[in-house]
Design a protein. Structure first.
Lengths: 429, 211
């Protein structure tokens, strides 16, 4: 550990050296071999030939006049846009009018979320983060899907350009992750230093998280339709509603009351009595290690931790939400870890899986985000986070949770039915 | 409407890219200066957020330490039921503090998307060749990569001088004060260390007696 700490001192200077070396290479004209560039050019040619074949196949459909122009949009988006039908008097949905004002991602005719609306919604999200906590990520997702009209826009291309439908779905997933994921990165680095992180457990969770995050992004980017995404998102919202509902039940409230009374009794008796024994291993196996520490029983399952990290990372990166609502209950109620381990580990795991998810989507799969929307939302979350603590004393925790349970059930019903049945069973239909 | 403010940002940001004549060096210097501005504005905003919420953060942190220390004392007493009860309360409070910290962190990131939006407007089509091919990434990178690799060193440099700057050292002091109580947090490893120390002292006594 000491040698690692010494190495850490040189990490940033070494990184700066690499960056300066790279800038020097660019300045002096050194670049990847010509052969690699030829290969890239050939791949582009093959893609263009594929586009011609797609146009011929689309000729039989009503919207059969394709743009064949990236409209100045870069990367994967430009290539997909070129295969989208042009709007004509007979083709009015699932098409693009090149002369329409630019909206989301710079696409002509795309939704233009009002900055005021985006800001107000993000203030709501920030308020939730600073009061109840876990539900904020879900609400950020609801904003991207429904409030800003991105889902309806993506849905319109379902038949005319499925690739665009799936690309837009991926941008929603990555936008969700940006808000929580980047913020988790900053909080993990700057603002939370716990006394101890149990590195074997953190690494076990992170290995699972890396595998899950990378794997699900790699496997599903460009393949999930908006309809399916909304359905799964709705199911996740039901899970959150379940957790929050449990917190409002008489049983949970009674437990909280009992905890406070136990704390009083415990503090009074704190100085009496002798300490129990230290560590005693009761049983040890690959999947179950049981030991008592000063008479208190602890269980630790490395395989469960890694598998749990994988499943939670998979769900979180698939839906584009932080996973905090799954991770913390997993570590406290299922693995039953001490708080100081949960604190350090959860921030670390959320950080790792979000970085892996965002990098895989954006760097490897070419998914883009609309920076003005992300920026406006961050401003709103910042404002909301300052309002929340001030309103907190006027609204009891239990009523907040009840409100969010009702909201979560409504959102869950709407998205699940829209996703899996094709239409919403709650208004607006 | 977004295009209009991009034009305004153009007037503000473009002069940073016109300081040198060589285009490559001018681009990287300009991006580095933008990154520093993002760090300064981000640190300022997070300081404001923390200042506004300092009492609430202090309350949550006090609760966290209180429940955690109770759980450690429960372990010392060998009381499993009390430990799980207090530990759960501590985890619940930690959950609230975690998400509040995430909301504060959003303040730190506020300037970045606006800068990246402008960079996409100006440099979106430019590919920056790498000296070698990176599997999965290719032979070139975009404006995002160049911003990130310059943002990290500018953050590191700013951290070195932050404690000397007038407003930022006050924000730093407030953040440190609100987390002072964390030093009182006990951990299970402390109990083990006490036992190990006691055991070593006993062993030393035995050796001295034998000698």
């Amino acid at each position: 550990m000491e040698s690692l700490k010494k190495f850490r001192k040189f990490l940033m200077p070494f990184f700066i050296f690499l960056v300066v070396a790279w800038i020097y290479c660019l300045y002096s004209g050194v670049q990847a071999s010509e052969e690699a560039q030829k290969m890239a050019a050939e791949a582009q040619k093959a893609a263009a030939q594929g586009a011609v074949a797609a146009k011929a196949a689309a000729g039989a459909q009503a919207c059969n006049v394709l743009l064949n122009d990236d409209l100045g949009l870069k990367g994967k988006l430009g290539k997909i846009i070129a295969k989208t039908p042009v709007c004509t008097p007979t083709c009015t949905t699932g098409c693009i009018d090149p002369n329409a004002p630019k909206g989301y991602l710079g696409i002509p005719g795309g939704p233009k979320p009002s900055p005021i609306g985006g800001l107000l919604w993000a203030i709501w999200v920030g308020w939730i983060f600073s009061t109840v906590g876990a539900f904020g990520g879900i609400m950020a997702g609801v904003g991207h899907i429904t409030i800003f009209g991105l889902a309806n826009f993506a849905k319109s291309f379902k038949k005319t350009n499925p690739a665009l439908n799936k690309f837009l779905t991926d941008t929603i997933r990555v936008s969700n992750m940006f808000l929580v994921g980047l913020s988790a990165l900053v909080s993990a680095v700057n603002y939370w230093k716990m006394k101890r992180i149990v590195w074997p457990l953190a690494i076990a969770l992170a290995v699972g998280a890396v595998g899950g995050a990378f794997g699900i992004a790699e496997l599903t980017a460009g393949k999930i339709s908006l309809k399916a995404y909304i359905g799964y998102f709705g199911l996740a919202v039901f899970a959150v509603a379940g957790f929050m509902f449990y917190g409002t039940t008489e049983r949970a409230r009674a437990k909280r009351k009992a905890a406070r009374e136990a704390a009083k009794r415990f503090e009074e008796a704190a100085k009496k009595g002798d300490a129990a024994d230290g560590v005693k291993v009761v049983s040890f196996g690959l999947t179950n290690c049981v030991f008592t520490f000063y008479g208190v029983e602890f269980r630790f399952n490395p395989l469960l931790a890694a598998f749990g990290g994988l499943v939670i990372a998979t769900i979180a990166v698939f839906l584009g939400i932080g996973g905090g609502f799954l991770l913390v209950p997993f570590m406290t109620d299922i693995v039953k870890l001490p708080m100081f381990i949960v604190a350090g580990t959860s921030a670390f795991v959320v950080l790792i899986k979000m970085i892996m998810g965002i990098c895989t989507y954006m760097l490897l799969k070419g998914v883009q985000v609309w920076w003005p929307l992300i920026g406006t939302e961050l401003v709103g979350i910042f404002i909301g986070s300052m309002i929340g603590p001030r309103t907190q004393k006027y609204i009891p925790d239990i009523w907040l949770k009840r409100l969010f349970v009702v909201l979560a059930i409504y959102v869950g019903l709407r998205y699940t039915s829209k996703g899996f049945l094709g239409k919403s069973i709650v208004p607006p239909y | 409407m977004y295009t209009h403010w991009l034009v305004y940002l153009d007037k503000i940001f473009l002069p940073f890219y016109q300081l040198l004549s060589d285009p490559v060096l001018a681009y990287f210097l300009g991006t580095f200066l933008l990154a520093i501005i993002c760090v300064i504005i981000g640190e300022f905003l997070v300081g404001i957020a923390f200042y506004a919420n300092r009492n609430y953060v202090k309350k949550l942190t006090n609760d966290l330490v209180h429940w955690n220390n109770l759980s450690v004392e429960a372990v010392k007493k060998g009381d499993t039921e009390a430990y799980h009860t207090f530990n759960k309360e501590a985890n619940d409070v930690y959950g609230k503090l975690f998400f509040l910290t995430i909301a504060h962190s959003a303040a730190f990131l506020v300037p970045i998307p606006f800068v990246l939006a402008w960079m996409q407007f100006r440099f979106g089509g430019i590919e920056f060749p790498l000296p070698f091919i990176v599997p999965g990434v290719g032979a070139s990178v975009s404006y995002i990569f160049t911003f990130v690799v310059l943002y990290l060193p500018s953050y590191w440099l700013f951290k070195k001088i932050k404690h000397k700057l007038p407003l930022f050292k006050d924000f730093d002091r407030i953040m440190r004060e609100s987390s002072e109580v964390v030093k009182e947090m006990k951990s299970l490893a402390d109990i083990l260390e006490e036992k190990i120390k006691a055991s070593k002292a006993r062993h030393k006594n035995i050796m001295q007696q034998k000698a």
